[in-house]
Design a protein around this ligand. Structure first.
Ligand SMILES: Cc1cc2nc3c(=O)[nH]c(=O)nc-3n(C[C@H](O)[C@H](O)[C@H](O)COP(=O)(O)OP(=O)(O)OC[C@H]3O[C@@H](n4cnc5c(N)ncnc54)[C@H](O)[C@@H]3O)c2cc1C
Length: 470
């Protein structure tokens, strides 16, 4: 019987272990799988905390249904009936600019009417499909360089930068277009511009719909945010449960991976040692770096070079009647130039039902990220004051919250800075000299839950192919 050790019990490790078991079974391969997780509870960044009648998401609050991966995983687990889709009004997203919350325009006419971008800014945007726009450089470029080049400075500040902080807690001046938004880089290469790509793709979709090749979807291009009634943690709880205690060993920290004697690898943890034919590291890059330092110093060095942003997540609960404005929407993001304290606030109880007790609302604000690294060191009192200050200026909330929870992520999200793709390619090359060793998770080719599940599929496929060769 072959032995596989998966290290890390976030969505990436859990999904990889589950898929590996299913695929090994289907291929008739006898495989003993062990998943080692440092914390007492598996789930990694996913944690849905029920407290005082509120449901607070410590990390992600769901996945988008515009990509199939997580949805398909839920179907394969037979739990898609338990999914909770975000309310319709969650399509309304806002950007705070010059003292006003502007609804993010969803189409051309609403964009023209919107005051978010000035007329000179709109005219600059209108140049996007024209030959006046500089061509893409040969190699990678930062998101800021791409935004300035194609859309102009104002669109960069008010549209792109807030989106980058909303997704990556990142700084567009350092983040890589090719690694963060590979599809956008591809569309520019293929169609010569974003508007041209949208027009051509819309035509293609119309034709495919007419020919019955695709099914019309109610989801917008961004998709519908999807979770579970009990929060997104239901997903990792289900996976942990399906794998069972026989596979998931919690509260065990892996310290080192070394070459084995009779089998390829030896996994050393704070509880003992395990021999393995396959080792899958589904841990953050810095943790994998430390585990691999003896086995391969170069790989360890490459992994250590992937930076992380920090983030503080703040949940405030209020009596609904203490908030004068409507909370009809997803929430808002704030451009850095507004000089506010928070990156934005999600109106969690408007997005999903059941997130706050009757008559109460739950707002979730984010602080820090790559542009404000020092914020992770703020005391609870400073955090509370800053969030309250922003909510007062932006939403006119004068009241004290009746419920407060503060969660800190010292290493929240890996930053795909320019050169990230080269680093990942070098890692993939180097892995070829360690057959049976795999790296998976959010550090390499996408940070969303869908990306993590897609990576889990690739990794489990590669591992099965490797076992079949032996
Ligand atoms: C605040 C926040 C909000 C987010 N919002 C969204 C969202 O709404 N939608 C979305 O799609 N994505 C979102 N993301 C991104 C997404 O949550 C993550 O990319 C994803 O959960 C990462 O999963 P992972 O399994 O790759 O890594 P992790 O969840 O980090 O799991 C890694 C695991 O490895 C374990 N580990 C580390 N070292 C060791 C060791 N030495 N031995 C054993 N185990 C070890 C850790 O304890 C952890 O459990 C958000 C992220 C954050 C931080």
């Amino acid at each position: 019987m072959k032995k596989a050790v998966v290290v890390g019990g976030g969505i990436s490790g859990l999904a990889t272990a589950w898929l590996l078991r299913e695929k090994a079974h289907a291929a008739g391969i006898e495989l003993e799988i062990t998943l080692l997780e440092k914390e007492r509870q598996a789930g990694g960044k996913i944690k849905s905390i029920r407290d005082d009648g509120y449901l607070c998401e410590w990390g992600p609050n769901g996945f988008l249904d515009s990509k199939p991966q997580t949805l398909d995983l839920c179907r394969a687990l037979g739990v898609d009936g338990r999914l909770l889709r975000s309310n319709d009004n969650a399509r309304k997203r806002f950007i705070y600019s010059e003292g006003v919350l502007h609804r993010l325009p969803e189409n051309g006419p609403s964009f023209l009417k919107s005051d978010l971008i000035s007329w000179p800014g709109k005219l600059r945007l209108a140049l996007e499909p024209t030959p006046f726009i500089a061509r893409a450089p040969k190699g990678d470029e930062t998101l800021a360089a791409f935004g300035r080049r194609r859309l102009g400075d104002e669109a960069l500040k008010k549209l792109i930068a807030p989106m980058v902080s909303g997704i990556f807690a990142g700084d567009p001046e350092t983040m890589s277009l090719q690694s963060c938004f590979p599809r956008i880089a591809e569309l520019e290469r293929e169609y010569g511009g974003l508007v041209r790509a949208m027009v051509k793709l819309a035509k293609k979709k119309k034709q495919e719909l007419a020919e019955g090749k695709v099914v019309a979807s109610a989801a917008g291009p961004g998709g519908i945010l999807t979770s579970f009634r009990g929060g997104i943690q239901e997903l990792t709880d289900i996976l942990t449960d399906r794998l069972g205690d026989g596979i998931v060993a919690a509260d065990e920290t892996v310290e080192r991976i070394s070459a084995g004697k009779s089998v390829p690898y030896r996994v050393m943890s704070d509880r003992g040692e395990l021999d393995a034919d396959l080792v899958i590291l589904a841990t953050p890059a810095y943790a994998s770096a430390s585990m691999l330092s003896d086995l391969d110093a170069y790989m360890s060095h490459l992994l250590d070079d992937i930076p992380y942003s920090s983030m503080t997540v703040v949940c405030f609960g209020y009596e609904r009647e203490r908030i004068a404005r409507d909370l009809d929407g997803f929430g808002y993001l704030i451009p850095k130039e507004e000089k506010m304290n928070t990156l934005g606030t999600l109106w969690d109880s408007s997005i999903f039902e059941g997130r706050a007790p009757e008559g109460q609302v739950l707002l979730r604000s984010m602080l820090g990220g790559a542009c404000f690294p020092g914020y992770i060191g703020l005391s609870d009192d400073e955090v509370r004051q800053r969030v309250m200050g922003d909510l007062k200026s932006i939403m006119g909330i004068e009241a004290e919250p009746s419920f407060i929870r503060i969660f800190r992520h010292e290493k929240a999200i890996p930053q795909y800075i320019v050169g990230h793709n080269d680093r990942v390619t070098a890692l993939e090359e180097k892995l070829k000299s360690h057959p049976g060793l795999y790296l998976t998770g959010n550090s390499y080719r996408g940070i969303g839950l869908n990306d993590c599940v897609a990576a889990a599929h690739r990794t489990s496929d590669d591992a099965i192919a490797h076992l079949k060769q032996r």
